[in-house]
Design a protein around this ligand. Structure first.
Ligand code: S3P
Length: 428
């Protein structure tokens, strides 16, 4: 994919459905009794992997024109798959489904692509084992492929070292089947979509600060779920609107759950202008985002804010590269274990575009180029098959002098198949 710089983004865009919420709607629908209908479902490869896994577990799922219909069979309705389950590139599928499979009366082997086979699974194997699960990393490296021998589980109170919604959700899903209550405390609150949606489906779950507690064996019933637009996808347009001089854009129907909306705070802290219109606070809150170009300045991004913008840190680093002054990102060591090592990859690619950036143990220090209209230099960028890297550098190319080539640009299909055409539509 080649991009040339563009002057002023104008118009409206509607981003696809939220990835985290789409995954959960399929999983919880499968474990519920009766029909679940999911509208505005994300047709990205990751969410299709979740559908594929549940079909293999015996659940009827229809997927037509962004509406997914699931005929759930209740908590005990899954059946043993023949052969290995494939989670593709999806960490959410792998970790959340492990919590469910740990309690089934059958054995499953679960794997994914080469990236998934390098991502840490010890973080779920450990707490699930404490609940009585028997999970083996078949290559002995704490990663997939995993052999999950379903067993009777008992509740625990787990204190997680990482603020990870995937870890929290895996434990809470196992807790649906455990004897006694299951609690998870995290160091900082991570996205709470599982807690909110499990409650909608009928689970007895409560949240107190950074602790979530679930009671076992609820009767979950099918629901109608409308998935809001994904703020992690909207982030690329927020950044593009703030970075390209003359821009004025509207991003429709974006999920602004506070556990996800850190990008809005970061943009504000950098002097950006994003206003919320048509706010709807029922269930998962949504709003239209109006973004107008503003010169940005550096900031510090750290602490409790990190889980609320963890997937947006690559694009925030691009914003920082064009801002005036220094931006420091810290407490974000999790970036090293995402679809790629996002600290290393951002340092390598932003350096190639002429930005002064240093990787640290838990983040990055970026010296912004401030004043110029085209602060970066076009370069050949490797996406490292990481969708968020490809999209970040498509935006970076808009403020780069000369041509940028993104190798492996097709990986955007993981979370945003129409990303390039939607971005181009704002340039016309
Ligand atoms: C996700 C949680 C986050 C996030 C990922 C999706 C989820 O991962 O980075 O893209 O849907 O629960 P961690 O839980 O590993 O932080």
């Amino acid at each position: 994919m080649k991009f040339h710089n563009i002057k002023g983004l104008k118009g409206e865009v509607t981003v696809p459905g939220d990835k985290s919420i789409s995954h959960r709607a399929v999983m919880f629908g499968a474990l519920s009794e009766g029909k679940t209908e999911i509208t505005n479902f994300l047709q990205g490869a990751d969410c299709l992997s979740t559908i594929g896994c549940f079909r293999r577990l015996g659940i009827d799922i229809e997927n037509q024109e962004n509406t997914v219909t699931i005929w759930g069979k209740g908590l005990d309705g899954l059946s043993a798959p023949s052969g290995t389950l494939d989670a593709g590139n999806s960490g959410t599928t792998t970790r959340l489904i492990s919590g469910i499979l740990a309690a089934q009366p059958f054995t499953t082997t679960l794997t994914g692509d080469s990236s998934i086979q390098k991502r840490p699974m010890k973080r779920i194997i450990e707490p699930l084992s404490m609940m009585g699960a028997r999970i083996e990393s078949l290559n002995g490296n704490g990663c997939a492929p995993l052999q999950i021998n379903g067993s009777p589980l008992h509740g625990i109170h787990y204190h997680s070292e990482v603020a990870s919604a995937q870890v929290k959700s895996a434990i809470l899903l196992a807790g649906l089947y455990a004897e006694g209550e299951t609690a998870v405390t995290e160091p900082v609150l991570s996205r709470n979509h599982s807690e909110l949606m499990l409650r909608t489906f009928g689970a007895n779950i409560r949240s107190e600060g950074t602790t979530a507690v679930i009671s076992p064996r609820p009767r979950l019933t099918g629901q109608k779920i409308r998935v809001p637009g994904d703020i992690s996808s909207a982030a690329y347009f927020i950044a593009a609107g703030l970075l390209v001089p003359g821009s004025d854009i509207l991003i429709r129907n974006v999920g602004i759950n506070p556990t996800r909306a850190g990008i809005l705070k970061a943009a504000k802290a950098m002097g950006g202008h994003v206003s919320l219109l048509n706010e709807n606070r029922e269930g998962e809150p949504t709003a239209d985002l109006h973004v107008v170009y503003r010169p940005l300045h550096g900031t510090v991004i750290e602490g409790d804010m990190i889980p609320t913008l963890i997937d947006e840190l690559p694009i925030i680093a691009v914003m920082a590269a064009a801002a005036s002054g220094t931006t420091i990102i810290r407490n974000a060591a999790e970036l090293k274990v995402k679809e790629s090592n996002r600290i290393d990859v951002m340092v390598r690619n932003l350096s190639a575009m002429g930005c002064s950036i240093t990787g640290t143990e838990d983040g990055m220090i970026i010296e912004g180029k401030g004043s110029s209209e085209l602060p970066l230099t076009g370069a050949v960028i490797d996406s490292f098959a990481d969708h968020r890297i490809a999209m970040s550098f498509a935006v970076a190319s808009l403020i780069a002098e000369g041509e940028t080539t993104i190798r492996g640009s097709e990986c955007v299909s993981i979370s945003y198949p129409d990303f390039y055409s939607d971005l181009l539509s704002l340039t016309k």
